[in-house]
Design a protein around this ligand. Structure first.
Ligand SMILES: [Zn+2]
Length: 364
């Protein structure tokens, strides 16, 4: 059903735009003429997220709308990147990432709409949401107001793996920074008057369970700083940690346990601590027989693509939309080596993703 030449051309056009946050507007501008041609009603919020509503047609026009969402930004700037096609795959020229994350999804969603329109087939009403700043911390989707959204389910193509993948769950995740306060003293003349904040931090870390805690839970202390000079008892030290779990209760208990260890260590060395939140991402989990999962599987089967399910350990706009009460599933894009200069996108996967986007609109 899709027009592969048009899809590839549009994909390359978007890839050539350097749209690192907050410079996504030229991507939105490049989509506008086609969205206008299709009759998509567009609105742009104060955060520059683009929301469009495309009325349904024919026998499916009164069905529930669905929302398709992708982010327009890239993980790093791509000022001089010229995409290179080699062996049926679009590669970065090596100067930066390619940006298939998530421009392959932007292009595929657009082609899904265009090809359905061109076919004249009856289709559901569709909403499209193109967000900003996903890769620098879900900035657009976090700030997005879902009130005007009419859909009761959403799909975000933004996961690893061959097209056909449906992510049942994504983790709860948070980062915290703990600052230990001790007391400075001359290390040679009066060490007994000092309270070492570095001792507090190291005792705390030693008492923590880190790494892979169980199949679906991880914890990591990623940054440690502290101290002023080798002859001063260190009055301050910091550690920053990240916790992830696909199970909300484990995420909460592991987070609480790590803070307990910090508190005990601070007390043991006669100091105190303060805690700062770095970030927080709400996870989600759907049952394999949830209606949104069934819907995605039906669409993929209709497109002739074998669906498969998995869980993802990364965050995406889907975390934010779910947290706002809009059931949202992440599906795989087929991009390779994302967040590296070797990033690439096989053209047949791009075509398959567009077929899936079209099929999602056509589900009866
Ligand atoms: Zn992404």
């Amino acid at each position: 059903m899709i027009h592969a030449d048009r899809l590839l051309e549009n994909f390359l056009t978007i890839l050539r735009i350097d749209s690192y946050y907050p410079n996504e507007d030229p991507v939105a501008d490049s989509l506008r003429p086609e969205l206008d041609r299709l009759g998509v009603q567009l609105s742009v919020d104060e955060h520059r997220n683009v929301l469009g509503y495309w009325p349904g047609a024919g026998a499916l026009q009164d069905r529930e709308p669905i929302l398709l969402c992708a982010h327009m930004d890239t993980v790093q700037p791509t000022p001089d990147m010229e995409p290179v096609i080699r062996d049926g795959t679009v590669h970065s020229d090596g100067s930066s990432v390619l940006g298939a994350d998530d421009k392959a999804a932007v292009a595929a969603i657009m082609e899904g709409l265009s090809s359905v329109a061109d076919s004249g087939a009856p289709h559901r009403p569709v909403e499209v949401l193109f967000t900003v700043g996903e890769d620098v911390g879900h900035i657009g989707s976090k700030a997005f107001d879902v009130t005007p959204v009419r859909s009761k389910m959403a799909f975000v193509p933004d996961a690893d793996g061959p097209v056909g993948g449906i992510m049942l769950a994504a983790p709860w995740s948070q980062g915290k920074r703990v600052v230990f306060h001790g007391r400075a003293a001359h290390a040679g003349m009066e060490p007994e008057n000092g309270r070492s904040a570095i001792s507090m931090a190291s005792r705390a870390i030693d008492q923590m369970q880190l790494g892979r805690i169980d199949e679906e839970t991880t914890a990591n202390v990623g940054i440690v700083t502290g101290g002023e000079a080798i002859n001063i008892i260190p009055p301050e030290a910091e550690l920053s940690f990240n916790i992830r779990s696909l199970e909300q209760s484990k995420y909460e208990s592991v987070s609480a346990e790590i803070l307990d260890r910090c508190q005990q260590a601070a007390e043991a060395f006669g100091g105190h601590m303060e805690v700062h939140q770095i970030n927080r991402i709400t996870g989600f989990r759907f049952a394999p027989d949830a209606s949104i999962i069934q819907y995605a599987e039906d669409a993929m089967n209709a497109a002739g693509i074998k669906p498969w399910t998995a869980v993802t350990c990364g965050g995406s706009d889907a975390n934010e939309l779910n947290a706002k009460g809009l059931p949202t599933v992440v599906i795989s894009v087929g991009y390779l080596d994302i967040h590296s200069n070797k990033e690439s996108m096989p053209i047949d996967e791009l075509n398959r993703l567009a077929e899936v986007c079209a099929a999602l609109i056509l589900v009866e």
